[in-house]
Write a protein that binds this ligand. Structure first.
Ligand code: WQD
Length: 337
């Protein structure tokens, strides 16, 4: 009997790459997405790459009746929850929208899962729950002190999941704390397509490489790092997708939090230099002031996920940026809508 998995936000960046892998591993999937920051073109591409049809539901998860309808119409046996608003800077400007959207969606989902006897959940959390780390690398026991409303919604949803799992032992939940997802599907036909001006480094660098933007603004080169620019633990979106399948396969009673990263750091200058190497394009940049809320370095301690999920990220920075460039150069305007 084929297992049916609900993928909320499955038309988005990480959700779409995970959806392809689910199809390739023989799952049936239902994608629920409000298309506020994603494209139906991604769903079409998922079906091509996964060689299997997808049930698509355009739905606002803050509408509980709409969420109930999705469960009524499909034999869902597990859920991977990606959907949510996720721009750190925007969350500082619009905190109420972030709390209402992310928390209401998550509670509606948990309510309707329980109402339909669905107890298996993988949740897209984030390393932003750690805030500015005291120690590096960061393991799952590190203090969680998010410094923005976006990160606080992720931690609050984690806490809700932990409490729900304590109250009813039928729940099996894995909370995945991503570090910095980058890259694209190796076909070059699925990738990151942020609306407007990209907040994150790699999509911005790729848009400079393809000629959509003039130069990269480097947010400070006076950080306490080897070359003075910010260091992050970048992880290939395909490694991340494999981590979600592993998390689904290794669910246990209760609720567990797991870091998904590589354990290796790369600086802004290294990302720019490597992108020049893989694209053959010059990437002009200008060093400007630090961005509010930024930290010098973020690095994952990943042994728990390696052990518990029998999973390890193994694509290096050059592969990540080469795959990101293939997507950007094949689709300079992304999905185009
Ligand atoms: C990386 C490095 C910047 C842009 C994000 C957010 C959140 C999370 C993913 C979901 C930093 C520098 C960036 C630019 C730059 N997503 N930079 N110029 O800030 O580590 O965190 O991670 O949870 O979106 O928490 O990622 O890509 O924005 O920045 O110099 O135009 O690049 O200072 O050192 P970040 P990022």
């Amino acid at each position: 009997m084929t297992r049916t998995i609900l993928v909320t936000g499955g038309a988005g960046y990480i959700g779409s790459h995970t959806s392809v892998l689910l199809l390739q591993r023989g799952f049936d999937i239902v994608i629920a997405d409000d298309l506020s920051n994603s494209s139906l073109r991604a769903v079409e591409t998922i079906e091509v790459l996964g060689d299997r049809r997808v049930a698509f539901e355009e739905v606002d998860l803050t509408d509980q009746a709409a969420v109930a309808g999705v469960f009524d119409r499909h034999p869902i046996e597990g859920v991977i929850h990606f959907a949510g608003v996720k721009a750190v800077g925007e969350s500082v400007q619009e905190p109420l929208r972030y709390y209402r959207t992310n928390l209401t969606s998550a509670m509606n989902l948990l309510d309707e899962m329980a109402a339909h006897e669905v107890w298996d959940l993988v949740f897209s959390s984030s390393a932003t729950v750690y805030g500015d780390p005291e120690m590096l690398p960061i393991d799952e026991s590190a203090p969680t002190r998010p410094t923005n409303p976006y990160g606080r919604t992720k931690l609050m949803i984690e806490d809700i999941c932990r409490d729900v799992a304590r109250a009813d032992r039928r729940w099996r939940i894995n909370l995945l704390r991503y570090f910095n997802p980058i890259g694209a599907h190796s076909s070059g036909d699925l990738g990151e397509d942020p609306r407007g001006i990209p907040n994150n480094l790699v999509p911005f660098v790729m848009q400079v490489a393809v000629g959509r933007r003039q130069q990269v603004e480097v947010f400070g080169n006076d950080w306490d790092t080897p070359d003075g620019t910010g260091v992050r633990d970048y992880i290939h979106v395909l490694d991340l997708a494999e981590g979600h399948l592993a998390a689904l396969d290794h669910l246990e009673t209760g609720c567990d939090e797991l870091n998904l990263g590589t354990g290796h750091g790369a600086s802004v200058f290294e990302v720019i230099k490597t992108t020049e190497n893989v694209s053959g394009k010059a990437i002009p940049f200008e060093v400007v002031d630090r961005r509010a809320g930024d930290i010098a370095c973020s690095l994952a301690e990943v042994s728990k996920a390696n052990r518990r999920l029998d999973w390890r990220a193994d694509r290096n920075l050059e592969v990540m940026l080469s795959d990101a460039w293939r997507w950007q150069s094949k689709h300079p305007e992304g999905y185009g809508d």
